[in-house]
Design a protein around this ligand. Sequence first.
Ligand SMILES: [Zn+2]
Length: 67
Amino acid sequence: MVTRSIRSALEGLRAYYDTRERVCTACGFEVDEGSWVSETNGSVVMYHYECPSCHAVMEHTVTLSAA
Ligand SMILES: [Zn+2]
């Protein structure tokens, strides 16, 4: 189903950020696995984490295509 494929794609992206972007760009602190949080309003998905050391916020926004 479409919903299921979107969900798995989103989970894949979250996992990607979780493994590939785990160092704060502001201070170099290495964040824990699982720090990325995803939120969606149905058309846009936001992934973000807050650095526990300097509290800088890293984020990515992904716009869902209306398939
Ligand atoms: Zn930091």
